[in-house]
Design a protein around this ligand. Sequence first.
Ligand SMILES: C[S@@+](CC[C@H](N)C(=O)[O-])C[C@H]1O[C@@H](n2cnc3c(N)ncnc32)[C@H](O)[C@@H]1O
Length: 259
Amino acid sequence: MPATRRAPRPAAPDPAAFAVAEAGLAALAGLAPSDVLRRRLERAAPLAGAIDSPPDLASPGWAALLDAVTVQETRLFRAAPQLLALTALLPALPGGPLRLLSAGCASGEEAWSLAILAAAQGIEAEVLGLDLCRPALALAEAARYPAGPPDALREVPGAFLPWFTRDAGWVLPRADGLTRPVFRRTNLLDLPEETGRFGAILCRNVLIYLLPAARDAVLRGLVARLLPGGALLLGPTDMPGPGLPLRAEPGTHAIWRRL
Ligand SMILES: C[S@@+](CC[C@H](N)C(=O)[O-])C[C@H]1O[C@@H](n2cnc3c(N)ncnc32)[C@H](O)[C@@H]1O
């Protein structure tokens, strides 16, 4: 019987390099140790092993490791009921023009969904997407998503489907009538002053990957970027800690308003 060939296993990470990588990722981006991070670090063992500088976003080694270990799962109109609740709030949100932030935007589906929500109501809005992962940001700029299966438009409510076109296996937000979001590589732990302030900030499915202290720091930074009356949309299991100037938006899930 012919011997079956197994795919080569990735090199086992050197425990010392692994510990340095884990500590550096925590210091740099607030990433919490977890099984997911451990598996991703194991796959990225050659990258982790090659790091020879202190944690720094600008260092090629650390940037490549962050690209490799961060989780980019996202979808167009993900958690659509929450986005529809935001739609109802949009006309009364502060800012002129309205500014919307997708904090931890991954490959940009959330930012493009926000641009469509505003355009569909005839609201002029600037949308900014921030993330650390360079390949994800490149996909966000390209704004061409594999059509599936699973269908890339499966969570898009029918009223918003006309804002997309299909092209040979890809789904694209329509170019006409939409203001393109702007995407930047930025650490949410260290938001620069020039990021400005926003009428709404979405930080969904990001805080779950962070250490408690990093979660608090990111939330404090984001709340400071909200205009009074602005809306903060978090993931389903996120809860802003006490002491932040927020009140829960009645009748919605995981939406808070800045006092
Ligand atoms: C699972 S995706 C969430 C995408 C989108 N918000 C959604 O809900 O569909 C999490 C993203 O957060 C980003 N991220 C994690 N820590 C970050 C940090 N400290 N600064 C900026 N982005 C971060 C990751 O690179 C990843 O793209």
